[in-house]
Design a protein around this ligand. Sequence first.
Ligand code: PBG
Length: 328
Amino acid sequence: MLIRPRRNRASKTIREMVKETILKPANLIYPLFLVDGEKIKIEVKSLPGNFRWSLDMLIPEIKECINLGIKSFVLFPAVEEEFKNSTATYSYNDSNFYLKAIKKIKETYPDVCLMSDVAMDPYSSDGHDGLVRDGKILNDETLPILGKMAVAQAEAGIDIIGPSDMMDGRVAYIRQELDEEGFKEVGIMSYSAKYASAFYGPFRDALDSAPKAGDKKTYQMDPANSSEALREAELDTIEGADYLMVKPATNYLDIIQLLKQNSDLPIAAYHVSGECAMLTAACQNGWLDYEKAMPEALLSIKRSGADVILTYFAKDYAKMLKEGKIEL
Ligand code: PBG
C-alpha cells in the first residue's frame, strides 16, 4: 500500500497541522431576545439556555460575552400585543424599547457590532413579515414600512441591518432609504435564501410572533429549491447587500456551499432556533454529548462555506474555547 491517509492523522500535532477549517468566536453572531421592562430574564422554554432579557439585565450579559470573545450580536424584540397593529408602526416609533436598547448598548460598548432584524412580524397583529390584505401578503406596500424601520434602527446606532422579510426588492429599497438619510456606512446582511422552514418554532415562541393565519410560503423559499437561492443571492448582490445569508444552516449546507462558490460576498448562515433546540434536547436526554456535538455542528456550517454564523450556541462555544475544551 503506497497511500495511507491515516499517516496524516497519526498524532494530535499532525492533525492540528493539517486541519482545514477553523472557527473563531469572531465569526459568530449571538442572537438575543429583548423585552421591555426591568429585571426580566425569562428562559425560552423551547430554547433552553436562551432568555428574554430586559435591557438592564442584558447589559452585564453582553459584557460577559465580550469577555469571552463574542463581539457581535443580533437583537430581536418581543413586543407586547397592545403595541402590535396591522402596519407595524411601533417598529419605528421613538418610544420603541428596542430602538432605545440599541442606542444604550452602543453607548455602553461602542466596539460591539450590533445587527437588527427588519421584518414586520414582531410588530404585526397578523404575525406576518409583510402587510396583509384580504389574506394576501403585499410586497410593494410593505417596502416603505421596512424602509422606515431600517432608518429608525440606523438612527439608533445599529451597525448592520438584517432584512429577514423576503419581500422582493427590499434590499435596494432599504439601501436607498439609508443613503438618503445619510447612513451610507450602515451595512445590510440580507436573509437571501430564507426557507419556509419548520425549524423556526422556538424563535416564534420567544417573540410570540407566529402568523395568526396561513403560513409564510408565498414569501419564504420552498425547501425543495436551490437554483432559486442563486437567483435571490444574485438579486440581493445587485441591490447592494454587503453579506448574503442562508437560513436555516445545518439542513441547508448545500445552499451555503452553492452561494459561497458563486459569490464574492461574505456568506452568513443562521443556525436557527429549531436546529439548536434539537441538539440541546438530545444532549439533555444524555443521547448526545453537548461539548462534542455542538462544536461539530458549528464546524460543519463553517466548513460548508459560511464566513459568519448566527447561532444560539455562540456564548457556549466561546466559553468552551476559553476553558481549553476546544482547540483551534
Ligand atoms: C422573522 C424572523 C424569524 C427568524 C428570524 N427572523 C422567524 C420567521 O421568519 O418566522 C427565525 C430565527 C430562528 O428560528 O432562530 N422575520
